[in-house]
Design a protein around this ligand. Structure first.
Ligand SMILES: [Zn+2]
Length: 884
């Protein structure tokens, strides 16, 4: 009886779920009927049985093989539309068919034809189904021509956190209304938005060769994939550029970029002596810095070609910087697009460059463009490698310490994002939305997993495995098993244990290390416990190196932790001086270690990797012994800047004469360290260790003499806390610097301390085009803080400013605008509250004139608050409707 009822219950739940997907409205009726039945069924709790098959995001079934895609396009800039003719050559993949089904999102389809004869077709729900007129076998190619109009601005769009929109084709300032933004057109295909601008099979497992004929006004430069075959005048001031790529790639990698760009030419010489173009497309005012920004690209092409053992496979490698970009950067084959955050002048590049992003997109040309993940569930085959390329480049160019330093930040990025968004398998088959794949797992965690694999297999086997995978799967889609098989073939080892726990498992190990030294038997007895949540994660198998230092020197022991509690005994000779777990610091795990202080101090001086030395420093410095104090002083002079910064943080622990010694070193670092981040940190720390009047001249010197904007900003901020008038006076001449970073630093200073006379600074900064990418958001934030501290007049002016920032702002500005508006609205409320208190006091004192004035001011703030409230409501409504 119970069994029977459960089946009914399950059937109803199933029905409800099924209905929900089809038609939202009917759900109510079904779920309303449900409770009665369910109550009767579950009198006693039963173990929960599945009621439907789990979600499985399968790879798109290949019905048709695309062979060649030929596009002819021109633009209607005033309507933000593109007229296109797509000529597509294809064939049935295996089964005979008389149909071609294409993705075509939000288009107007004018005609479909074959050899001039019209073909019957149905265009519905973003699918174009073409009746080919007869059956074709897998040996028969056919070619269809589609005359269409792409209307990207007339579609409702979605997006992800990595890619904030899926409009596919973007017209930026197309009618030139904004004098500070160069009109431009660009595309963004990933994940499945290329089918907004050309009909195709928009899936990562389809590949096609490509050519595009782009008709534009002669003043424009164009960029697309492949080689520029010809550039011909087309009358009436027009020109047709013909780009052709003869090697197949996935439709999401198709790209166009159009605008009055300057093209800065660079080259890469292949091993056979042939020269390949490597050009940088930038706005005119950035022409002089293009080589400073992108100049390492040819070296990177050489490095990655040698490292993978597969030579850079494409015709050319061009990079373009666009405005209002919806992501960081995108690996369109041979035509990579970047957001404007990469625009940096020579001085800004002293503080930070974007080589990690440049390397990331370049490495995709092997992992992503040459071998493509066959489905979005397999996205880590693209993104984990691209993420790891950042490590590989750092290691090659800047050394292991710097590579490890940024790798640790990558790992933190994974821990944080997983904590916020939840854990899932790296190869994630049951996501709700493909955009969710672009998260801290596919990128950060995947990169760390590859690093572990390299550390386990050794460099030779790892890079040979990489090469094997690339060669076996080039110009094809791949799934993660193919990666495993490639490494297995090279190493000769069954690697399922590694791939199962890291690629098909979720979360990460939490390892607790404790140890006892048995002097009698001269052995170090170590206990390693796996403390992770076993509902989320497996019990891991973790190969690990443990270094033991004794009277005879250093000994590396290779051990395998594969039990929940693992006991390891390592003998030593003579005196046991130190020990370091996970000697290469390669394991992605939260590690809890408890060692005596002197062992940590030993670890700082004897560790090989940055993380071991950092942990040695941080834990070794906790004591007040002479050794702990000396440790901090020594670390201030470490050869790696990352450790010097860690040590600067610890100088507050220095006592008496050691403190004086520390201050002397800090002064030297603040003035002379080659790394600007160290100079900035030292200067800021001196402000906390010294008397204001003693440190002030150092700030002033740094602001006038240092080349680094980071150092100047840090000095301005520190000086602002002690002497705001002086800081503002010193900041004034810097207001005209063409530097996004500098303006951000000044805005932060003014946000806290400046009066209404600095409104013009914010106005110029926010209306100009110097601020880039996230800096603009930072300055809007500073502006909001500034406005909130001013009087009514500034509040009133800010309303129009926010309106215009929203209307002309990019994706991110619009995304965060409700929060800024909400803050100002709240500040209006705070002002009203304060004024009401004042009013009560005036009334009590019968101060009629002031009371009246105050009442008027309250009324003004109330009216303005209402305006901001309405504005906020509109923005939230827009945000909500764009999310669905
Ligand atoms: Zn990427």
């Amino acid at each position: 009886m119970k069994k029977y009822l459960i089946i009914i219950g399950a059937a109803i739940v199933l029905a409800a779920c099924g209905v929900k997907k089809e038609n939202e409205k009917n759900v109510v009726a079904v779920t309303e009927a449900r409770p009665e039945v369910v109550e009767e069924v579950f009198i006693e709790p039963e173990p929960e049985l599945p009621t439907e098959r789990p979600i499985y995001q399968e790879t798109e079934t290949i019905l048709t093989d695309l062979i060649h895609t030929r596009l002819e396009v021109n633009f209607d800039w005033t309507k933000s539309r593109m007229n296109g003719i797509a000529t597509i050559t294809a064939k049935p993949h295996f089964y005979t068919s008389n149909k071609l089904i294409l993705d075509a999102k939000g288009m107007i389809i004018n005609s479909v034809s074959m050899d001039g004869a019209a073909l019957k077709h149905v265009y519905k729900d973003d699918f174009l189904t073409i009746n080919l007129g007869k059956e074709y076998t897998r040996n028969d190619d056919y070619t269809v021509t589609i005359d269409y109009v792409a209307c990207p601005d007339e579609r409702v769009t979605g997006g992800s956190s990595a890619i904030s929109s899926d409009k596919g084709l973007y017209f930026i300032n197309p009618t030139g209304e904004d004098p500070d933004k160069m009109p431009q057109i660009w595309t963004q295909g990933e994940t499945e938005a290329s089918s907004v601008w050309f009909p195709t099979i928009d899936a990562p497992n389809s590949k096609t060769t490509q050519e595009i004929f782009i008709t534009v006004d002669e003043k424009y430069k164009t960029l697309s994939n492949g080689k520029l075959i010809s550039s011909k005048k087309a009358g009436k001031g027009k020109r047709v550029d013909h780009w052709k790529q003869e090697l197949p790639h996935a439709p999401y990698l198709f790209m166009m970029g159009i605008g009055e760009f300057k093209v800065v030419k660079d080259t890469y010489t292949r091993p056979d002596g042939s020269v390949m173009e490597v050009n940088y497309y930038v706005e005119p005012e950035w022409e002089q810095y293009a080589r400073d920004i992108f100049g390492d690209t040819p070296d990177m092409i050489k490095f990655f070609s040698e490292l993978t053992g597969v030579h850079y496979p494409w015709d050319k490698y061009h990079q373009i910087v666009v405005r209002d970009y919806v992501s960081g950067a995108m690996e369109n084959t041979g035509a990579v697009i970047f957001g404007d955050f990469v625009y940096k002048n020579k001085r800004e590049l002293l503080d930070a460059n974007d080589n990690s992003t440049i390397a990331h997109e370049l490495f995709h040309h092997w992992f992503g463009d040459l071998v493509t993940c066959e489905s979005w569930s397999n996205l880590p085959l693209n993104e984990s490698f691209a993420n790891y390329s950042q490590y590989l480049w750092d290691e090659h160019r800047y050394g292991l310490d710097q590579a490890d330093y940024y790798a640790d930040q990558e790992a933190d990025g994974y821990y944080q994002s997983a904590q916020m968004q939840g854990y899932h398998d790296l190869i994630w088959f049951d996501f709700d939305d493909k955009e969710e794949m672009f998260d801290g797992h596919s990128y950060n965690k995947g990169g760390r997993i590859l690093h572990m694999l390299r550390n386990y297999l050794g460099d030779d086997a790892f890079f040979a495995g990489m090469k094997n995978y690339l060669e076996k799967n080039k110009f094809k889609p791949a799934e993660f098993h193919q990666l495993r098989l490639a490494f297995e073939e090279v190493s000769g080892e069954d690697l399922n244990w590694f791939f199962n726990q890291w690629f098909l498992g979720s979360a990460h190990p939490i390892l607790s290390f404790t140890q006892e030294v048995d002097a009698g038997t001269a052995s170090l007895n170590i206990t390693v416990e796996q403390k992770q949540n076993l509902e989320l994660s497996p019990i891991y198998k973790i190969p690990m190196e443990i270094a033991v230092f004794d009277s005879k020197g250093k000994h590396i022991h290779k051990v395998v932790v594969d039990a929940l509690t693992e006991s390891i005994s390592i003998p030593y000779e003579g005196e046991l001086e130190g020990y370091i777990y996970d000697y290469q610091q390669a394991i992605l795990a939260k590690k809890r270690e408890k060692k005596p202080r002197e062992i940590y101090i030993h670890q700082y001086y004897n560790g090989e990797r940055y993380l071991a030395r950092r942990d040695g420093l941080k834990n070794g410095a906790k004591g007040t012994t002479a050794e702990s104090q000396q440790l901090i002083l020594d670390a201030l002079k470490d050869s790696f800047w990352g450790i010097r910064i860690d040590a600067i943080v610890l100088t507050k622990k220095l006592k008496e004469e050691k403190r004086e010694e520390g201050i002397a070193i800090l002064k030297d670092l603040a003035a002379n360290d080659p790394e600007s981040s160290v100079r900035a940190a030292a200067l800021s720390k001196l402000g906390k260790l010294m008397e204001p009047q003693d440190v002030e001249p150092m700030y002033v010197t740094a602001i006038s003499n240092d080349q680094s904007y980071d150092v100047i900003s840090s000095a301005l901020s520190s000086l602002g806390k002690e002497n705001p008038e002086k800081a503002i006076a010193l900041a004034e001449p810097l207001e005209s610097e063409k530097s996004s970073k500098m303006l951000t630093g000044i805005a932060q200073l003014y946000s806290g301390y400046a009066g209404p006379e600095k409104y013009a600074f914010f106005e110029n900064a926010l209306n100009g085009n110097t601020l880039q990418g996230y800096d603009k958001l930072g300055v809007i934030g500073a502006y909001t803080g500034y406005v909130a501290q001013q009087d009514y007049e500034v509040f009133e002016k800010s309303y129009d400013m926010y309106q215009s920032l929203y209307e002309n702002g990019g994706m991110y500005t619009q995304m965060f605008m409700p929060q800024f508006i909400g803050y100002i609205k709240k500040s209006c409320g705070d002002n009203i509250e304060d004024l009401e208190k004042e009013l009560a006091a005036y009334e009590e004192n019968n101060d009629a004139a002031y009371a009246n004035q105050t009442r008027q001011k309250i009324a003004k703030f109330e009216a303005l608050k209402l305006k901001f409230e309405t504005f906020e409501g509109e923005l939230l409504e827009k945000k909500e409707s764009s999310e669905h």
